[in-house]
Design a protein around this ligand. Structure first.
Ligand code: NAD
Ligand code: ZN
Length: 360
């Protein structure tokens, strides 16, 4: 058996107000390349107090990016890369401030500054040829684990697939729980549940091990405090915990694997454009036979926070649509193998996966 040899973030700073250390953290890097930084900031922060605390220098470029119309695309990355290079040449580094979408944009841009051609050429594992430039992530919504993962998920004309390699991982992450206070309740729920589901799936399969369980089970404990305990809800104490849970959930799945919910989620997102964390929630509620304890708790959390998820979506889907969704999911064998063991091919057939989608 080949054991994963994974790359962690080089440096992490955590704590309330730690965002104020951004300028001093990146100062030594300014001497690299053309001596300026590119900021990619979630458009939500345009005109908000955070936009006056970016600690940028006059030579830096700041891009406010609207992440709502769609998840990051290959075309978006290529266009931004070309624009920045033609304006000012190779930056010293890139600073991403936002949710999972911005984390992925920052990671992908870093790689595409030094790898020629379109990012579509590099969607997959270890296809990137050269290290990217310095990149720093500041998450402002917690749950996806994108701040720690070794992939930058992009939707291209043909596939939704990450640029996945050691160089994708951030050089520096700043975890400041103050920044997630303004997240709307529904996103706080969906994105936090991504972590919860990462940990349930990481635990519930053959690839779990003491390393993945140590991170994942602790992250689950934190999720329960944030979403299920008497003190649950969007409070500063809980934001402190959720930010750590997101990171640890990401580490857990890196050293194990996700499972059935994520395999289905990719199918739903690819065919219908449903956003990752929301798609996971829409699916997970129906997997009680596969993850009994996890789904029971999830449904309690849904109730506690008055979240409404759509039902009977399958009524809109004809057989061709179900086949298309199931085909995307079927082609994620690592997840099925992890969830069902070595005879997974006998269980996770295309028909079985279509039946799972019929539950939605
Ligand atoms: P997001 O980045 O898509 O943002 C969701 C919404 O929250 C947006 O409207 C955004 O403007 C808003 N927002 C962000 N921070 C806010 C704040 N502090 N206050 C108010 N509003 C705020 O959200 P996400 O769920 O973190 O990320 C989803 C993306 O992450 C998807 O594109 C998915 O593909 C990707 N993803 C990547 C990985 C990975 O390992 N690379 C893992 C899972 C998901
Ligand atoms: Zn996920």
């Amino acid at each position: 058996m080949q054991h994963k040899n994974f790359k962690n973030i080089d440096k992490v700073v955590y704590g309330r107000g730690s965002f104020n250390q951004l300028a001093e953290t990146v100062e030594p890097i300014r001497k690299e390349n053309k001596n300026y930084f590119v900021y990619v900031v979630d458009n939500y922060f345009k005109g908000k107090p955070l936009s006056n605390k970016l600690q940028n220098k006059p030579e830096d470029l700041i891009y406010y990016i609207n992440v709502d119309p769609h998840e990051p695309t290959t075309e978006q990355i290529d266009t931004l890369r070309d624009e920045v290079l033609s304006k000012k040449g190779l930056p010293s580094g890139i600073i991403g401030i936002g949710g999972g979408s911005i984390m992925d944009i920052a990671k992908a841009l870093s790689l595409m500054f030094t790898n020629e051609g379109s990012s579509t050429l590099y969607q997959g594992l270890n296809l990137i040829k050269k290290p990217g430039i310095y990149h720093l992530g500041v998450p402002t919504i917690s749950g996806t684990g994108a701040e720690v993962s070794m992939t930058a998920v992009l939707t291209g004309p043909e596939k939704k697939l990450g640029l996945k390699c050691d160089w994708t991982v951030f050089n520096q992450v700043i975890l400041d729980p103050e920044l997630i206070a303004s997240v709307p309740t529904d996103w706080w729920f969906y994105t936090g549940m991504d972590t919860y589901i990462h940990c349930i799936e990481s635990h519930g399969g053959i690839r779990n091990n003491a390393f993945s369980l140590a991170y994942g089970d602790k992250a689950l404990e934190l999720c329960r405090e944030v979403y299920l305990s008497e003190k649950s809800g969007q409070t500063p104490d809980n934001d402190d915990k959720l930010m750590v849970a997101s990171l640890m959930g990401g580490l857990s799945l890196t050293y194990s694997e996700v499972g059935v919910c994520h395999a289905l989620s990719y199918g739903l997102s690819k065919i219908h454009g449903t956003r990752h964390c929301y798609a996971n929630c829409v699916i997970f509620q129906h997997l009680e036979d596969i993850y009994p304890k996890g789904v029971k708790e999830f449904n309690q959390m849904i109730k506690k926070h008055n979240i409404t998820l759509p039902q009977n979506l399958h009524k809109e889907w004809d057989d061709a649509t179900l086949t298309a969704m199931a085909t995307v999911s079927y082609n994620l064998p690592f997840m099925w193998n992890h969830a069902f063991g070595d005879n997974y091919k006998e269980i996770a057939t295309l028909d079985y996966i279509k039946d799972l989608f019929r539950r939605l």
